[in-house]
Write a protein that binds this ligand. Structure first.
Ligand code: SAH
Length: 226
């Protein structure tokens, strides 16, 4: 192949491969780092995951906007900053297993999967779970397992979890999730009324002792029960 030919081919591959890399770097810098997220693993995961692959084609140009976006069935993919915030707060690390409740688009699961060994994620809407499963497998994530169920009950067979990330608002912390959290584990969960104020809570488990901290006001879709 001529020099020109291979150069053009490489240029095309870069363009087609990830035309949103610049948008993503700017998202990480201006929406996430500038708001105080410092954890290196979280920042590199947010830089790596192609958020535009988790939204519908008509929203491609908004994929890196500073907000949540609709994903169908009345649900949303969370704002990038909130995804980063929730990731950082559970202190994910290599070697860990994490449970997520509310797979939605699969984006938060993919961000966690960049860092930890295994991500188990539960979605109550079958169509969203199926779409997320095909997305994460197309993107090559082999460490994300999705199931369709009411996340209230957690995923006992794979417990205990080093961390649990809940991405729908509950009025109280589901006891099965507390039970499935490892000793020393961390859970982040929006608690409150789905239609009024909600608070993102950090829950820590030390032996039989559970401590909770209210972090920031948030707005999530409701946790729905079957
Ligand atoms: N983490 C998602 C955003 C999810 S929005 C992402 O990165 O795209 C919240 C999701 O929680 C919705 O998809 C909703 O269907 C789901 N959900 C609501 N109640 C649930 C329940 N009881 N169990 C499992 N998933 C639930």
């Amino acid at each position: 192949m001529s020099k020109f030919g291979s150069f053009t081919f490489l240029g095309m591959a870069l363009l087609v491969g990830d035309s949103f890399e610049r948008e993503r770097r700017e998202m990480v810098r201006f929406q996430i780092e500038h708001r105080g997220i410092k954890d290196a693993a979280t920042l590199s995961a947010m830089t790596a995951v192609p958020r535009h692959r988790f939204v519908a084609e008509n929203l491609l140009k908004n994929a890196y906007d500073d907000g949540a976006l609709p994903i169908g069935h009345g649900q949303t993919i969370s704002q990038p900053y909130i995804v980063a915030y929730m990731t950082e707060i559970v202190k994910p690390q290599k070697g860990q297993r994490v449970l997520e409740i509310g797979t939605g688009s699969g984006y938060q699961a993919a961000v966690l999967a960049q860092i930890v060994d295994m991500v188990f994620t539960i979605e109550v809407v079958p169509e969203l779970a199926n779409a997320a499963a095909s997305r994460v497998s197309t993107l090559g994530y082999k460490n994300v397992k999705i199931k369709v169920a009411d996340g209230y009950y957690g995923w006992k067979e794979n417990s205990p979890f080093d961390a649990i990330v809940v991405t729908a608002t509950t009025e109280f912390i589901p006891p099965p999730l507390l039970e499935q959290l490892k000793d020393g584990g961390r859970m982040v969960i929006p608690v409150g009324s789905p239609f009024f104020t909600q608070s993102l809570m950090l829950v820590e488990k030390q032996g039989k002792k559970i401590t909770t901290h209210s972090l920031i006001p948030v707005r999530f879709v409701p946790f729905t029960r079957n």
